[in-house]
Design a protein. Structure first.
Length: 81
């Protein structure tokens, strides 16, 4: 089902259709609704381009779990850090 946003609404928001699609994909990724690559595809961007868009919005690309952080800390301790 296509999503239609009127030209008037886009103009009021100061967005092109492409910019709106990128914004939408970034917000879906940030909300955990889309993984990185599917969100990049939705936005019509390469992975690197999409990562840059996320960075420009202050959206974290990698979100480690508590377990992953604990494993990293243990590994650092073993290495003497």
């Amino acid at each position: 089902m296509p999503l239609t946003i009127s030209d008037q609404t886009l103009q009021q928001l100061g967005l092109s259709a492409k910019d709106a699609l990128i914004e939408f994909a970034c917000r879906l990724f940030d909300a955990g609704r889309l993984a990185l690559w599917p969100a990049a595809q939705l936005a019509g961007l390469t992975r690197l381009e999409f990562e840059n868009e996320l960075r420009s919005r202050g959206i974290a690309i990698y979100r480690p779990t508590a377990q992953e952080l604990e494993q990293e800390l243990e590994a650092m301790k073993r290495l003497g850090f």
